[in-house]
Design a protein around this ligand. Structure first.
Ligand SMILES: NC(=O)c1ccc[n+]([C@@H]2O[C@H](COP(=O)([O-])OP(=O)(O)OC[C@H]3O[C@@H](n4cnc5c(N)ncnc54)[C@H](OP(=O)(O)O)[C@@H]3O)[C@@H](O)[C@H]2O)c1
Length: 289
């Protein structure tokens, strides 16, 4: 009997996860199909119930359900619970367990592709949505020196900073966390001393209303920093193009996408993910999207 892993989100037309996940499953000749389960708002409960059928092993969860899926699951891993978002569901003994592999994927790409060690570094985070939450908790766990969170909706950034502070107080970590309003993205002085800028907004994403735009102007980009855009399509986003012109080092979001997917693969299959094969397939598919 074939078994299935789903990708739950809406819309899914431009997702490349089904291609590189299937390449990894095929590498091990597993009789498992990775399918896009496009789910309309209002149908999330039904899709998650379908996961309980015997032939289904688990799922990835993407925009816009990473947060709303939590109450539908039987258990939530500690990190996913802190972040408040689940991107991976694993069925174990008929129970649905939620995990977040974005944090892991972010750090692995930062270290391996960005050659950057976050401990004691000063970081600017643009955005305060699900991805920014995963990135912030990951950086605090890796003992970043400071985080400056800048978001259009200030209350969302403040809520994130508050949850980071209470987490740190509970385990004795000391990353300084500051929140700034969105207009500061135009002030070069804000960025002068930072080592890493991470774009966790959707600004610059292909097929979105913000396609072709950059969250920062050229003058605001620090030439000595690493500029990391979580967006993977296009691979060279408008922000990264400007960062290159400013003389900064750059990192796009594709490696993170593949590393988070590889961590999900290992949770479903208990096998080592063939990361190189996944990366090659992801790059190949992206060229056509
Ligand atoms: N490479 C990877 O593996 C990976 C993984 C996860 C996410 N991502 C990428 O990360 C990005 C964010 O994803 P998410 O899940 O965090 O989305 P989300 O929860 O919807 O958050 C979107 C963020 O973008 C901000 N934003 C959107 N439009 C804006 C505008 N016009 N001006 C200023 N700010 C704007 C939002 O600000 P408000 O709070 O004010 O709305 C919010 O902070 C997406 O591009 C996604 O593809 C990549």
């Amino acid at each position: 009997m074939s078994r299935f892993i789903g990708l739950i989100g809406y819309p899914l037309k431009h997702s490349i996860s089904p291609y590189f996940q299937q390449a990894a499953l095929d590498y091990y000749q597993l009789d498992i199909r990775y399918q896009a389960w496009e789910t309309l708002p209002g149908e999330l409960g039904e899709t998650v119930s379908r996961l309980r059928h015997p032939q289904n092993l688990g799922a990835n969860v993407t925009v816009p359900y990473k947060e709303s899926v939590l109450p539908l699951l039987d258990e939530i891993d500690e990190l996913a619970s802190l972040i408040g978002a689940v991107n991976t569901i694993v069925k174990r003994d008929d129970r649905l367990a939620g995990f977040n592999t974005d944090a892991h994927g972010f750090i692995q790409a930062l270290r391996e592709q960005g050659n950057f060690e976050p401990e004691s570094k000063d970081v600017i985070i643009l955005g305060a949505g699900g991805a920014a939450r995963a990135v912030s908790f990951a950086l605090v766990q890796k003992k970043a020196g400071s985080l400056t969170i800048i978001n259009r909706t200030l209350e969302r950034a403040e809520a994130l900073a508050n949850s980071l502070r209470s987490y740190q107080a509970s385990i004795g970590l000391e990353t300084k966390t500051v929140v700034l309003p969105w207009p500061t993205v135009t002030t070069p002085v804000t960025f002068e001393h930072c080592h890493l800028v991470v774009n966790c907004t959707t600004i610059g994403m292909k097929h979105s209303p913000e396609e072709g735009k950059s969250p920062l102007r050229l003058e605001a980009i620090p030439s000595s920093a690493l500029v990391y855009d979580l967006i993977y399509n296009p691979s060279l986003t408008p922000l990264l193009q400007l960062a290159q012109r400013a003389g900064a080092n750059i990192l796009g979001g594709l490696a993170m996408l593949v590393y988070q997917g590889a961590a999900s693969f290992e949770l479903w299959t208990n096998r080592e993910a063939p990361v190189d094969i996944m990366l090659i397939k992801a790059e190949e598919v992206l060229e056509r999207c």
